[in-house]
Design a protein around this ligand. Structure first.
Ligand code: MN
Ligand code: MN
Length: 464
């Protein structure tokens, strides 16, 4: 046998997914991504992504879960957790005692939240004070158009929904930055300090209320507009959740249109494919859960994050129907923790270790462990479970790759995997590689998005 033949037989050869797919399948991937782009444009916050997921679920036969009802194989239910997280469940033919299949992704993304008391006037301009949410490079969020999304709860309990800056005709908002001519001192700051938290002030107006008397007339004019539009007074900001997100629309990137640029791929690029796999899941063998969770970007704490008990409580509720307890089900269950990974960026190769990093267009990334330093803060999937997932994906024609998040001591990060693993579930991280992760405008490959969908479908035991 020649060296070439032996190499052929023995060596791994990573290959661009595009070279391993038929024209037909590439077309399918592109079509799938058109719907994903629409989801991304419509669902820019956890609340919007949750509402959209429920809308899609209902169109596909899901009904609200009733813990007093009993269900049979093929039934589809959803559990809405406070309009910010949702569990979709398709009951399988097997008993819950054999475990369930869980796909878990998050639908919150880094953004700029308003402080509870946000509105002020300075030098005849009106601004909002903000408190950023999640890990951001703050300088990336200045001098770009922003939209305002969220809810305001009035004193009488009425909930007002806010969504302004998305229509072409809508006004938008912006965080200012210093001109380079006068930035000599600012430019001496480190990149981390270049823009500081208290400098993320959002410009929201500049015309005074037209009266010769009075102070804070610009602020007054803004408050008057808000009162007219939403019926709110300043105090109502105290009971509001208002989030500023990039106002840009999702678009194709590249002459070949192979990539998608947009805000919030992390982690809706995993949420949407897992949602679609659930929506199309009919009569599975095992009961299949898709969990779209909140608060991952701030550490999964809180009653809508995966450190809370809402997932095991739900499992407990369905387990009871078969006279089982939650742990009877969870201990036999498997989970794909679906979150993005960092795609290799040749412009910034330094923090990546090329042999064990993910590349755009090589399919969905499987990540055995996350964490940082000496594998701190991770659930490390067992070789046995990796082996099983590997077989599942290969058998279903899912193009996948293995990748870690950067070099050993370059930094690191976590996902919801460990919180699910702590429930005694077999868990592995999978996800779509992202370029410029956590930036206001992130980039993914269309083929990778489609491979994520195929992967969840295979995991739920579907055929594409
Ligand atoms: Mn994520
Ligand atoms: Mn993230």
């Amino acid at each position: 046998m020649s060296a070439k033949e032996l190499q052929e037989k023995l060596f791994m050869k990573p290959k661009n997914a595009c070279l391993r797919m038929t024209d037909d399948e590439i077309k399918k991937a592109d079509e799938f991504c058109e719907n994903y782009k629409a989801y991304l444009n419509e669902g820019k916050t956890e609340r919007e992504a949750c509402a959209l997921a429920i809308e899609i679920a209902e169109k596909n036969g899901f009904v609200p879960f009733d813990k007093k009802a009993s269900y049979k194989a093929g039934d589809k239910v959803y559990y809405n957790n406070r309009d910010k997280a949702v569990i979709l469940c398709v009951f399988g033919k097997k008993s819950l005692a054999e475990g369930v299949k869980i796909a878990a992704a998050h639908i919150d993304s880094p953004r700029i939240d308003l402080k509870p008391n946000p509105l002020y006037e300075d030098s005849e301009m009106a601004f909002f004070k903000t408190h950023y949410y999640g890990g951001i490079k703050k300088y990336q969020w200045t001098a770009i158009p922003l939209a305002l999304h969220g809810v305001i709860v009035l004193k009488d309990g009425t909930k007002v929904t806010v969504n302004i800056g998305e229509d072409d005709s809508d006004p938008k908002f912006v965080i200012s930055d210093l001109l380079p001519h006068l930035a000599r001192e600012q430019m001496k700051r480190t990149l981390n300090e270049g823009i500081q938290g208290e400098e993320l002030n959002i410009l929201v107006g500049s015309r005074p209320f037209r009266d010769d008397e009075g102070s804070e007339l610009v602020k007054l004019n803004i408050m008057s507009i808000l009162n007219e539009k939403y019926g709110i007074v300043e105090e109502d900001f105290l009971s509001a959740e208002l989030e500023c997100v990039p106002a840009m629309k999702v678009c194709d990137i590249g002459f070949d249109r192979s990539l998608i640029g947009g805000y919030g791929h992390d982690d809706r690029v995993c949420a949407y494919p897992s949602l679609m796999a659930a929506a199309e899941c009919e009569n599975p063998e095992f009961t299949c859960l898709t969990v779209l969770t909140d608060k991952e970007e701030t550490g999964s704490d809180g009653n809508t994050g995966l450190k809370s008990f809402y997932l095991p409580y739900f499992v407990s509720d369905i387990a009871r129907m078969e006279g089982l307890q939650a742990h009877d089900v969870l201990s036999k269950s498997e989970c794909l923790s679906a979150d993005v990974n960092a795609a290799f960026d040749p412009t910034f190769p330094q923090p990546y270790e090329k042999m064990n990093t993910s590349f755009a267009n090589r399919g969905i990334v499987v990540t055995k462990y996350t964490g940082s330093g000496g594998k701190g803060g991770t659930s490390d999937a067992s070789a046995e479970f990796v082996g099983k997932v590997r077989r599942t994906f290969d058998d279903a024609g899912v193009i996948w790759q293995m990748g870690e998040l950067g070099k050993v001591d370059a930094g690191g990060g976590g996902t919801v995997a460990k919180y699910v693993a702590n429930l005694d579930v077999d868990v592995i991280d999978v996800g779509v590689p992202v370029i410029s992760m956590h930036a206001p405008f992130e980039v993914v490959s269309k083929i990778d998005v489609y491979m994520a969908y195929k992967a969840f479908s295979a995991f739920f035991d579907l055929k594409d």
